[in-house]
Design a protein around this ligand. Structure first.
Ligand SMILES: [Zn+2]
Length: 260
């Protein structure tokens, strides 16, 4: 009977909805994990980059230091040469050469001084960067542990739901199940829904009175014209449940006589 078949499907549907929510949660957790790792790796990359920049800068500094020493020894050499010179022209020529070298040496020294400053700044920056990386790493390691634990819990819960589902699915009608699964795959939401106040409770669009009557009869599967969901008449299933429990089949009419 269709009512019973739909009732069995509703139980399966509730588990599927739980599963969809659970998988959504798992995807969120996984993307959090990816985000945390990306943040940490990015910071690590910055540290490595800065370290190699500093190594390069130190090389430059050593090179310039060597050049300054070289200029100084050249100057020294020329000065000793100058002390043994007798002709005024030669003396003057050497003076000229020495002052040219001194100027170049001064320029190199200026560059060296700039690089010392830059090195100091960069090393300070690296120190802060490393400290920030250490904090981030400690935090993200902690978060990773928590997220992984929550994913493990999700997996356990998911397994349990799937276990229950496969037991319930055995009792369902194969044809309805096939239609249902196709719809669920599209909507990722409840696809067997009641009509409430003349509306499809899936898409909330009004159905015709004729449509509602067909659903109430419950003789065949009826689909929403707008969203393709399967419709059922809520009271049918409630009555079935009450009948099964040995309770009253008919709901009591509300007797709300206002005391005047
Ligand atoms: Zn609908």
């Amino acid at each position: 009977m269709l009512r019973e078949a739909l009732k069995a499907m509703l139980d399966v549907q509730e588990l599927d909805i739980q599963m969809i929510r659970l998988m959504r949660l798992k995807r969120e957790r996984l993307s959090e994990l990816t985000r945390i790792r990306a943040l940490r790796d990015d910071l690590h990359h910055q540290v490595v980059l800065k370290e190699s920049e500093i190594i390069e800068l130190k090389k430059q500094v050593r090179l310039t230091e060597g050049e300054v020493t070289e200029f100084a020894s050249k100057v020294q050499k020329l000065e000793s040469q100058q002390s043994s010179v007798r002709k005024v022209e030669e003396f003057n020529a050497l003076t000229h050469e020495i002052s040219a070298l001194e100027r170049e040496k001064a320029a190199k020294e200026q560059r060296l001084s700039d690089n010392y400053d830059k090195l100091g700044t960069e090393e300070e920056f690296l120190k802060n960067l490393k400290a920030s990386f250490d904090v981030t790493k400690a935090n993200s390691d902690q978060m990773e542990v928590e997220i992984k634990a929550s994913i493990d819990a999700i997996n356990v819960e998911g397994k349990e739901i799937m276990g229950n589902r496969s037991v319930l699915a055995e009792k369902t009608d194969k044809d309805i199940m096939a239609v249902y699964e196709k719809l669920l795959g599209n909507k990722k939401d409840r696809v067997i829904v009641p009509i409430e106040s003349r509306c499809c409770s899936g898409c909330h669009i009004m159905v015709t009175a004729q449509h509602e009557n067909v659903v109430r009869k419950g003789e065949r599967l009826v689909f929403c014209e707008h969203c393709s969901r399967i419709h059922y008449w809520h009271e049918h299933l409630v009555e079935e449940e009450q009948a099964a429990a040995g309770g009253p089949v008919r709901r009591r009419r509300r007797t709300t006589a206002k005391a005047s």
